[in-house]
Unconditional design. Structure first.
Length: 271
């Protein structure tokens, strides 16, 4: 059986969103694992972004600055690269921004994901695809219960709703073109992963609790918590990323069993 330490060595990995918070971390990890990585993303939004900090280091990867909404460019880059793995992280991931830019949020999160899936459909070689969404894809009735993968999808805000819609699109492509029981025909294994409340170094986004606290303290300003009574199952960025990698390894060995949707988060006893 393969392990994370050996499964990606010498393998081609197409990574969308590699200039973002989680993407830049995953880029470094894949480099350490010996993968041949091609990143595809918009330029980072922040001058101090983690991607800028690692871009000058000795990381061997190809980088394409492109929009996932540019289906022609995206498909060309992915298909020519002929990846063994695709990790799709590119997204508009901020809830408050989704209220300000609802059309852009739906466009990127839904059509961007569909464009990646379509490129995978056109790819003429075996491939494992990990589609990253969020734990906010469920219809939340505030019952205080942990969600199961089969629970009803939904979303109040545009961000959550767009990610739920992306999940539906992923399931549609998986059922229509990448059915697990027909893996021996199409040779594609596709999973969606639902994680959230991620913290860690290199996150400079607005409306995230730890970056907001750090900014307030550095400016000697009062820290304002939007939802001080809220309880969240926080997880360090390395935890979901290694879960994605572990799942990808499982999918190479058991593609029919692991082509599905997965919640990624701490055990309930941890929060």
């Amino acid at each position: 059986m393969s392990s994370i330490l050996t499964a990606f060595k010498g393998k081609k990995v197409f990574l969308t969103g590699h200039t973002g918070f989680k993407g830049a971390w995953l880029l470094q990890i894949l480099d350490l694992l010996g993968a041949d990585v091609k990143g595809y993303a918009l330029p980072p939004e922040h001058d101090a972004a983690l991607y800028h900090q690692i871009a000058g280091e000795k990381i061997c990867y190809a980088s394409v600055m492109g929009d996932v909404l540019d289906s022609h460019l995206l498909q060309g880059e992915l298909i020519r690269f002929e990846p063994d793995f695709v990790f799709h992280l590119a997204a508009q991931s901020l809830v408050r921004r989704s209220y300000e830019q609802p059309v852009a949020t739906f466009s990127v999160n839904v059509m961007g994901t569909i464009n990646v899936m379509e490129a995978l459909r056109l790819l003429e070689k075996p491939c494992v695809g990990i589609m990253v969404t969020t734990d906010k894809v469920y219809e939340n009735e505030e019952l205080g219960l942990a969600f199961k993968e089969a629970d009803k999808l939904g979303g109040f805000d545009p961000y959550s709703a767009s990610k739920a819609a992306a999940e539906i699109a992923i399931a549609s492509y998986r059922n229509s073109f990448f059915a697990p029981e027909q893996y021996d025909i199409h040779h594609k294994a596709i999973a969606s992963v639902r994680a959230g409340n991620v913290i860690g170094g290199g996150d400079y986004s607005s409306d995230r609790i730890i970056p907001d606290i750090v900014r307030s303290i550095s400016r000697e300003e009062t820290v304002h918590l939007r939802n001080p009574k809220a309880v969240r199952p926080w997880q360090h960025v390395l935890e979901p990323l290694f879960a994605y990698l572990a799942l990808a390894v499982k999918m190479t060995e058991f593609p029919k069993e692991y082509s599905s949707a997965f919640n990624i988060g701490p055990e309930k006893k941890m929060f």
